[in-house]
Design a binder for this molecule. Sequence first.
Ligand code: FES
Length: 80
Amino acid sequence: MKLKRQLIFICNGSDCKKSGSKTISKDVKEAAKTEPLKGACKIIKTKCMDMCKSAPVVIVNEHFFKKTNSQKIILELKKS
Ligand code: FES
């Protein structure tokens, strides 16, 4: 069964925040307001995932992103 909404887990621990996880949240939220992502994704802010050396850490569906940025996440969301 295919999920209706894609789940995006964004780490909001202090190291990830310093490395730009807030910007990623903001950009993904902005992208989710327009097609084709409108209503298709759900952002979940998490606590530290214990991988601070790879900050910022984001999980989109089953894909794990380390040292990532907004563009990579939005591209992944549009792919699936
Ligand atoms: S702060 Fe994000 S993994 Fe620790």
